[in-house]
Design a protein around this ligand. Sequence first.
Ligand code: FES
Length: 175
Amino acid sequence: MPKENKNNNHHDDKDMMKLVDNLNRKEDASLNRRAFLKASFGATVAIGIASAPFSALSYFKGDGENDHLVEIANVDELGVGESKTFSYPTSENPAILVRTPDDRFVAYNNKCTHLQCPVFYEVKENILLCPCHKGYFDVANGHPMAGPPQRELPKILLEVKNGKIFAIGREVRHG
Ligand code: FES
């Protein structure tokens, strides 16, 4: 009888050890799960914060590869009928900002779509003129009106905010 008891005690000890071991494992697993969830949440938040500026920029329209925000002028820098040159989206892309007679801001890359001469704003005729071969472009939309050019000038998308004018993207319409 005592022998049996001893065996039973032995089994009880073993069972108890197994139970404790299992509990420890369960606790480890739940700790690991919690740590994993915490780490995943942390990573998600970190990625969210890191990508926030890009998400904000993706709000701006454009042709994708060229859309980024660049401050180009103060609103009061140009009078009605005046223009200013700048570059967008890179320093290799000359552009012109015009404050039209009906008091709107428009902007285009100003390399003529014929043979790349610079295009200027002519306030008297309210047109964009390429003096090289007398190419005329409509200031309202950049479309060619007369002379050799056949393609529109790439249009720079603008946003006016807090008294400043920003280039926010570019539409290259026909190459
Ligand atoms: S380069 Fe502009 S019209 Fe020829």
